[in-house]
Ligand binder design. Structure first.
Ligand code: ADP
Length: 172
């Protein structure tokens, strides 16, 4: 059975990677799909192409994971691949209410089934938005994201990282 792991992945974190690693053992194939919406384009740190490139690099070692993108309704994407299920990660109760609503709606409007994988305790506090926030101040996020994301964040905030490192070097 195939699973589709949809999200914004701005950028992919170790939490996403953990869900993906576990799902890749359960499903025959997992497609990580960056859902994009032209109207929301400005709200992301990374462009769609950048996010796809990071994802391709981070998932290259899996034999049964591919990367894709879709700009419409998830149920329309799912209808193109009958028999596939939607894969989502659940961190805490705060995710649950939102995910429950979306899962019900996807079944209502598209008969699409959703499968959840519980986040690893270790990564349950990690979110792409928090990673973006820390990196915007030049903080070290390398433990919480795959190497491809860490490199891309560093390049995005090159000046901030250089300044913080120079400051820290000066204080030691
Ligand atoms: P979205 O914008 O659709 O929430 P994200 O890219 O933030 O997309 O997340 C995609 C999926 O991964 C969601 O199901 C989300 O709950 C899950 N997820 C996000 N962070 C983690 C994490 N640290 N551990 C496990 N699952 C996570």
């Amino acid at each position: 059975m195939n699973a589709v792991f949809p999200g914004s992945f701005d950028p992919i974190t170790s939490g996403h990677m953990d869900v993906l690693t576990r799902a890749a053992k359960i499903f025959d194939h997992v497609t990580v799909t960056v859902m994009h919406n032209a109207r929301k384009q400005g709200r992301h740190l990374f462009t769609l192409d950048e996010r796809l490139e990071i994802l391709r690099e981070a998932t290259a070692h899996f034999g049964n994971v591919s990367v894709d993108t879709f700009g419409g309704l998830l149920v329309d994407y799912m209808a193109r691949q009958p028999g596939s299920v939607i894969l989502r990660g659940l961190r805490a109760v705060s995710d649950y209410e939102y995910e429950l609503q979306i899962a019900h709606l996807n079944r209502q409007i598209g008969d699409a089934e959703t499968v959840f994988i519980m986040a690893a305790t270790r990564w349950s506090f990690v979110s792409s938005s928090m990673i973006r926030e820390i990196a915007s101040y030049g903080g070290d996020v390398s433990e919480m994201v795959p190497r491809a994301s860490a490199g891309a964040l560093r390049r995005k905030h090159e000046d901030v990282y250089a300044e913080r490192e120079a400051q820290n070097a000066g204080t030691h």
